[in-house]
Design a binder for this molecule. Structure first.
Ligand SMILES: Nc1ncnc2c1ncn2[C@@H]1O[C@H](COP(=O)(O)OP(=O)(O)OP(=O)(O)O)[C@@H](O)[C@H]1O
Ligand SMILES: [Mg+2]
Length: 226
């Protein structure tokens, strides 16, 4: 619902992995509210469950308990098809491990993401230029540097101008100049296009571009009072 102040609401999320003695309770009643137009940075120690949380927010994995409401829509009862549709329509995702399609060129990784949404891929070259990776248009991911793959992954996630961009350490493999350029692009997507961004980062300097920073500890967001 457009009128809702929050574009993303996660309530009482629980997520465990493994069973028996090896069972690991990663999310433990986590609450998070993300306002429309917010640029939120999520910080926390390695292994605390940040990527797990982001995958659940992006409807790529289900929680054991809890609800995710996206743009007023409770996703709890949605089947795989409904989740995929919502993801395609509203969400852009930058994976910590990029998840580029290895058999496709840089250009086609972006163009495909646009075409499956029924969008024109005409702006692909320009986007690659803006991200500083025009030279990877014809290369396959395995022929790119890690930093180039990361920027391509971000380009692919923002190409369709999603309402919600979920980015898992999008500057983790970049030197400080390239990180800065990428952050400026994200900040402009946030300010000019009104994209809501949830970004995981380990870097306090990177978190500074965000409009709010939250910390994860013991499977929850600290000081998040819904
Ligand atoms: N698919 C899975 N199967 C089993 N355990 C998992 C799975 N995914 C994550 N975990 C476990 O859940 C915990 C949290 O992992 P997660 O990747 O969410 O951490 P993180 O905060 O993103 O860490 P990092 O900062 O290193 O990226 C880890 O102990 C990890 O081993
Ligand atoms: Mg992670």
């Amino acid at each position: 619902m457009e009128g809702d102040e929050y574009i993303l609401k996660a309530t009482d999320l629980h997520k465990s992995f493994g069973g028996g003695a090896a069972r690991e309770h990663v999310l433990r009643g986590l609450d998070l509210r993300v306002r429309r137009g917010e640029f939120l940075a999520v910080m926390g120690p390695s292994g605390c469950g940040k990527s797990t949380l982001l995958h659940i927010l992006g409807l790529m994995a289900g929680p054991n308990e809890g609800t995710i409401i996206i743009d007023g829509l409770d996703t709890t009862g949605l089947g795989e098809r409904g989740r995929a549709e919502l993801r395609r329509e509203k969400i852009g995702f930058v994976f910590q491990r990029f998840n580029l399609i290895s058999v496709l060129s840089g250009y086609d990784n972006i163009a495909l993401s646009l075409r499956i949404r029924g969008l024109d891929s005409g702006g692909t070259d320009e986007l690659l230029r803006a991200m500083g990776v025009a030279d990877v248009a014809r290369k396959k991911p395995s022929q790119m540097s890690i930093g180039q793959q990361q920027r391509l992954a971000v380009a692919r996630a923002i190409a369709h101008k999603p309402d919600i961009l979920l980015a898992d350490e999008p500057t983790g493999s970049l030197d400080s100049d390239n990180a800065q350029t990428l952050l400026e692009l994200l900040a402009s997507a946030n300010r000019q296009d009104g994209q809501t961004i949830v970004m995981i980062t380990h870097s306090p300097a990177v978190a500074e571009v965000a409009t709010r920073v939250v910390y994860m500890k013991d499977g929850r967001i600290l000081d998040e009072n819904p």
